[in-house]
Design a protein around this ligand. Structure first.
Ligand code: CP3
Length: 344
């Protein structure tokens, strides 16, 4: 059975424009909170294929999105490379031993060995594929090497990125060493996600905008393209979505073998269409905070539709949904996307 989401990623005509939401499985859903409570904490939930499968399917059943996204986190990769991830309540992710020198990189588990430790992710994918309706797609994902490296170097989230940028300008070889090692793991990790059954790959470069345009290709984009090209060579039928958040000044220089470009909410969809719409299918890009108002949501969905006109487009938010959004408003967003784009 054909999947509308996969068809849209490949630029084929679909009965309406499919829609999903970044971070669609999460705290705004009371059903998610109930399963997380049973699991004890977020990481336990990621490690438990049955529960992770359950929360992956929730937004498909409750909100009506056209694709499920694997429930996991980008930071399980450095965790399995030996970095000891924890989530501190109210403070987000933490690594106790950030990378500062060559010896720290040498100590990291790399390649096949690290990718093979993520069995709970592959088991979750297999379970989801058993339960997900045939016409819905399953998106697998990874963080871009740069976004992963920011956490590995800073040890946590950051507003200034000063530690990793100090490395970028004063010891770029060291930063590249980290990026190369992470890229090798990510290639194999995504390959194993594909072998376990995912239909589409998304690469999140959430912290792309921390890099000046001049340096973006060198420290992030080229590694994302390397991953995409590795996967495309072996699995040409699997669509790849690139989501570098907040880098419109780089749009003129975007290159690479992938299918879909994710547009963030701060970039006008008109600009993305002009610069990239002929080459790639575009995904996005409603400002997630519009979800606080049904009227503001409808206005944005209609605007995006008026620009994209059901051609080479996937509806999404321009970044993740926030935990205090009413579920009814998320449902409204999804049904409005499906309504305005339905072909009569
Ligand atoms: O529904 C989905 O999108 C699938 C699951 C998913 C999660 N994280 C679950 C999660 C995905 C795709 C991610 C990706 C992720 N994780 C990114 C890239 C995407 C983005 O939003 O930019 C990043 C930067 C992370 C790192 C991360 N994980 C942070 C900074 C945090 C803490 C902040 C927060 O939102 O609480 C997490 C935790 C996290 N990952 C939660 C969820 C549902 C919240 C955990 C909880 O309290 O239950």
């Amino acid at each position: 059975m054909s999947k509308i989401f996969v068809d849209a990623c490949l630029g084929k005509e679909t009965p309406y424009t499919p829609v999903w939401m970044m971070r669609q499985a999460g705290r705004y859903l009371p059903e998610y909170m109930a399963v997380r409570k049973e699991a004890g904490n977020f990481l336990n939930l990621c490690h438990d294929p049955k529960k992770a499968c359950e929360v992956t399917l929730q937004p498909v059943d409750i909100v009506g999105v056209d694709a499920a996204i694997l429930f996991s986190d980008i930071l399980v990769i450095p965790d399995e490379m030996g970095m000891d991830l924890s989530f501190v309540k109210g403070e987000g992710p933490k690594f106790s031993d950030p990378i500062t020198c060559d010896a720290d990189i040498e100590r990291l588990i790399g390649g096949e060995e690290a990718a093979s430790k993520l069995t709970y992710v592959y088991d979750t994918i297999k379970l989801i594929k058993e339960k997900l309706a045939d016409d819905k797609a399953l998106i697998g994902f990874t963080g871009a090497p740069w976004t992963l490296a920011t956490y590995m170097i800073e040890g946590q989230g950051t507003k200034t990125y000063n530690i990793c940028k100090k490395m970028m300008y004063s010891n770029p070889e060291l930063l590249h060493k980290i990026l190369v090692k992470v890229t090798e793991v990510v290639k194999l990790y995504m390959e194993k996600q594909i072998q376990a059954g995912i239909d589409v790959v998304q690469i999140f470069d959430s912290w792309a905008a921390a890099i000046e345009t001049e340096k973006y290709d060198e420290f992030s984009w080229k590694y994302m393209v390397e991953i995409a090209e590795y996967l495309k060579e072996k699995y040409p039928h699997i669509p790849i979505i690139m989501f570098p958040k907040g880098i419109p000044a780089f749009y003129d220089r975007v290159y690479g073998n992938f299918d879909v470009f994710g547009v963030d909410w701060a970039t006008p969809i008109e600009l993305a269409k002009e610069k990239l719409g002929d080459k790639y299918v575009l995904q996005g890009n409603m400002e997630p905070c519009r979800l606080y108002s049904k009227e503001a949501t409808t206005a944005s969905v209609e605007h995006i539709q008026s620009v994209m006109q059901s051609k080479r487009h996937i509806f999404n938010l321009g970044h993740g949904i926030l935990p205090d959004v009413p579920v009814a408003n998320a449902k409204h967003f999804v049904s409005e996307c499906q309504r305005v784009s339905a072909k009569k």
